[in-house]
Ligand binder design. Sequence first.
Ligand code: ATP
Ligand code: MG
Length: 305
Amino acid sequence: MNIKDKLIHLLEGTGYTQKKVATKTGLSTAVISQYLKGVYNGNISNVESAIADFISREEERARRREVKESFVQTQLAGLALGLISNTHMDSDIGVIYGPAGMGKTMALKCYVEMNKGAILIEANPGYTAKVLLQELCARLGVKKTGNIHELSEECIQALTGTGWVVLVDEAELLPYRALEVLRRIHDRSGVAIVLAGMPRLLINLKGSRGEFAQLYSRVGMALDLEAHKGKSEVEDFNTILASLLPDDGENVVAAPGVAEAFLKYSTGNYRRMFKLARGVVRASAIGNQGISVKLIETYAQLLIH
Ligand SMILES: Nc1ncnc2c1ncn2[C@@H]1O[C@H](COP(=O)(O)OP(=O)(O)OP(=O)(O)O)[C@@H](O)[C@H]1O
Ligand SMILES: [Mg+2]
C-alpha cells in the first residue's frame, strides 16, 4: 500500500478527520486535501514523509494496545472444566461437543495448565489409529515403533496406575479404529479420556445406526455446549468481552449499546467476538476515538459470516 492509500484507509477506518491529520502532521488542511485529491503541486516527498511518520506513530500505538486472548472462567467453560475434572476423578470417558468457536480448546488448555496429570492431543485429519498411538507414545516418552498392538501395549503399560487423563481435541476427526484403540487403552489402563469436538463426534461414537454401542456405553458424561449456551450466553459474552477491552479507567463495556453491539455481531460465536474485539480495539486506538457502536458495526461488516 502506498502512503496515500494508507492515509485513506486510516481516515476511513477511524474517526480522524483531515483537519485532525493536519494538526498531527503539522501540515495544513488545504495541503492534506490537495494531496488526497492528487492536485498538490508542492514538495510531495516532504508531505509524504510527514504523513508516513504520523501513520507509523498511530500503528505503534495500535500495537501497544493489541488484544491478547487469555482464558476467562465463563459459565460454559466452568461446565466443561467440571466435566473434565469429574471424568478425570472417576477414570471415566467423557465427551464435550459443540459448534466451532465455543471455547472447547480454551477449556482443555486451561485444564492441562492447571493439572500435571493431563495430556492434551490435538487430532487432525491424518490421525489414523497408528498415528494417534505414535503421538501418545511420544508424549509418554515410550518406544514408538511397532504395530498397533505393540504400540497400544506400550501406552497401556505407561498409563496404568498413573491416574492421568488423556484429552483429545478435535476428536471428531478420529476414525472409528482410533476411537476403539482409545477405548481399549482406557479399559486396560484405567486412564480417563475426554474427547472434545464438533457435534458429529457424538454420531461417530454411537455409529450412525447405533452399531458402536460398546464404545458409546463407556461414556459417562457428555456435555452439549450448544444446549447450555442459551442460559449463560449474555453473561459469558460480557465476561470475555471485559477481558478483551482495554482498561483505560473508563468502563468501555458500560458505554451505551457497546456490549449489545458486540453480542449482536458476534452471532453467538466466541471466536467471532474475539476477532471483532481485536479489530475494534485496534481501530479505536489508531484514531484514539474510543469504542462506539458505529465502529463495531463498521468492523463487523469486514468479518465473514
Ligand atoms: N473461556 C474463554 N476465555 C476466553 N476466551 C474464550 C473463552 N472461550 C472462548 N474464547 C474465545 O473464543 C475463541 C474460540 O475458542 P476455542 O478455540 O476454544 O473454540 P473451539 O470450541 O475449540 O472451536 P473449534 O471447534 O473451531 O476448534 C478463542 O480463541 C477465544 O478468543
Ligand atoms: Mg478447538
